[in-house]
Design a protein around this ligand. Structure first.
Ligand SMILES: [Zn+2]
Length: 249
């Protein structure tokens, strides 16, 4: 079987498409299940038992990606130095190369897997460009496949319990791939041309500053959309009881 990263014929591992550490806080709180809401409204709420994996990478490539994953896990869950700023939060002293490569690996895996949960992530020619950047450990400049994390304080408790299938939307002529992981929306600008917001220092800077916006125009629409879906699925009461989301609409 061919490894999706090195393209060599090797024994493939059970590769997690979303790193396991994003599920951990959810497992610890409620080991029975987490709430995964499909972006496909016909599927409704899915009470999954475990993370999503696929036969994607060989052992060496798993190792190659795991060093960035270990760094990201430690940064996000143990060592983040966070400052409050007017537009949200800023994490400082982030190692640019490691965290950027971690973000790129997340985006690439979602595009490279054939799992149906990731079917709305289609990277086209960018998949091969990302693969090369990962193989060469080349993080590129901040604006290249820049990621804009967004925290929605109003829904914080609820969002921390959720993992949603990523999808793709168009924002100001750019394709944006959105993930909800670890209570944050991670919005990747997948484009050959530079998004205008790149100049605002919104993407992780080479100086190690990661800005997390408190709100953004398109995630608030997205949350409303999700909220409607929960309502339609008839599971809203369950969610409201569990996470105190009754004031959320
Ligand atoms: Zn490989």
């Amino acid at each position: 079987m061919k490894c999706a990263l090195c393209l060599e014929d090797k024994k493939l591992r059970k590769s997690h498409i979303i790193p396991e550490f994003f599920y951990k806080p959810i497992y610890e709180e409620d080991p029975e299940r987490y709430f995964g809401v499909s972006t496909d409204s016909s599927e409704g709420i899915d009470h999954r038992q475990q993370g999503i994996w696929g036969r994607l990478l060989c052992g060496d490539c798993e190792q190659h990606l795991s060093k960035w994953e270990d760094y990201a896990s430690t940064l996000l869950y143990q060592r983040a130095q966070v400052q409050e700023i007017s537009i949200g939060l800023r994490v400082v002293n982030v190692e640019y190369e490691k965290f950027k490569l971690f973000l790129l690996s997340l985006l690439w895996r979602a595009g490279a897997t054939s799992r149906k949960e990731f079917s709305e992530v289609s990277l086209g020619p960018h998949e091969e460009k990302l693969r090369r950047m990962l193989i060469e450990s080349e993080p590129g400049p901040p604006e290249k496949y820049g990621c804009m994390p967004v925290l929605c304080p109003k829904y914080k408790d609820l969002l921390q319990k959720m993992i949603i299938s990523p999808d793709t939307v168009k924002v100001r002529a750019h394709h944006v791939v959105r993930f909800l992981l670890g209570g944050l929306f991670w919005n990747f600008f997948v484009s050959s041309h530079t998004p205008s917001i790149a100049s605002d220092g919104i993407f992780l800077t080479e100086g190690g500053e990661l800005t997390i916006l408190a709100e953004s125009e398109f995630t608030s629409d997205y949350i409303e959309q999700l909220y409607r879906r929960w309502k339609d699925s008839g599971n809203l009461d369950d969610l409201s009881d569990k996470f105190g989301a009754n004031n959320a609409a």
